[in-house]
Design a protein around this ligand. Sequence first.
Ligand SMILES: Cc1cc2nc3c(=O)[nH]c(=O)nc-3n(C[C@H](O)[C@H](O)[C@H](O)COP(=O)(O)OP(=O)(O)OC[C@H]3O[C@@H](n4cnc5c(N)ncnc54)[C@H](O)[C@@H]3O)c2cc1C
Length: 338
Amino acid sequence: MKKVITIAGGGLAGLSLAVGLRGRGVPVLVHEAGRYPRHRVCGEFISGVKPATLEALGIAGDFEDASRHVRAAWYREGLELMDSELPEAALGISRYRLDQRLKERLLKLGGEVREGSRLGREPREGLVWAAGRLPQKGSWIGLKCHLQDFPMHSDLEMHLGSNGYAGLAPVEEGRVNVCGLFRLDRSRKGDGSKLLLDYLRQGGNGALAERMEDSARDESSFLGVSGFELGWQGGDEVLCTVGDAEGMIPPFTGNGMSMAFESAELALEPLTRWSDEAGSWREVVAEIHHLGRQRFRRRVANAMALHRVLLDARGQKLISAISKTGLFPFRPLLSLVR
Ligand SMILES: Cc1cc2nc3c(=O)[nH]c(=O)nc-3n(C[C@H](O)[C@H](O)[C@H](O)COP(=O)(O)OP(=O)(O)OC[C@H]3O[C@@H](n4cnc5c(N)ncnc54)[C@H](O)[C@@H]3O)c2cc1C
């Protein structure tokens, strides 16, 4: 008899962990506060994930039809800084599709998912907290919207502004996802995607806002979230956390979803052991916490430092100046946030 693992949060970390555990015969129950399918505030490109991680979780097949993005163009307030090749292709797929797919895969494997079920954040044996970033008084707002048949200038576009940045990534069915992270400004106005356009214009990205103004925007995909901080989210050695619930890497890296999968992968073996009654919960939680910090400490620290440079006026000027020489160390910097 194996013991049940209960997972709070059916986002990428929770669902992929549940699928991985089912592949090892562990009974799992996922509580998801929302209902599928649903849009999420996310740039919807996955950069830096290793095929071995997706295979270990048993979800590699869910990316077979994902778009492959090999180039990324960077702009500052409308001016192109560089258009560089990524070290490996980034995967483009909407969260609307991906989360639904993972839920279906889990159900097929005999896992249980309770939608519309919100758990309390109290540590207990057998509970994994995969409920995403910690709600707190934060200084950021994330806004996203899908555009139909939007002409791209490169596979991916990243636009820096004085108030944040926005990324454009093609997903499926001719859709392009636009997602921005901005300093929260309560004086900004606009319903739906007009709020996103307003933030873009405020940050000097009027040219991008004009391109979007003329496009077919799917208002049903528009979403905004505020009240969060980047970096470590207060996971400790008592509560077992995976994914954003443990730590949130700045979104410009396109690596948050990879971190969600990687942290699920790290937790597989210790949780399977606990389910087999071959380890105490306390030891298992401490081990998962230790493995997570070991894997992600350097990556998160580097990304937080680069994030500050990206959002600083002097930092942006420096990036512009180096880009003009053609010597911007894009790949070495990217390797620091993997
Ligand atoms: C603006 C922005 C842009 C981003 N762009 C990218 C990008 O381009 N590429 C990338 O790789 N990453 C990106 N990310 C990060 C990425 O979205 C996250 O790293 C990823 O979603 C983490 O997955 P998760 O499962 O840990 O959390 P989530 O995806 O947030 O899932 C958590 C789930 O838990 C549920 N939940 C919450 N509370 C409870 C509760 N109490 N009980 C039960 N269920 C609960 C929620 O409904 C949700 O479904 C971006 C993030 C932001 C904010």
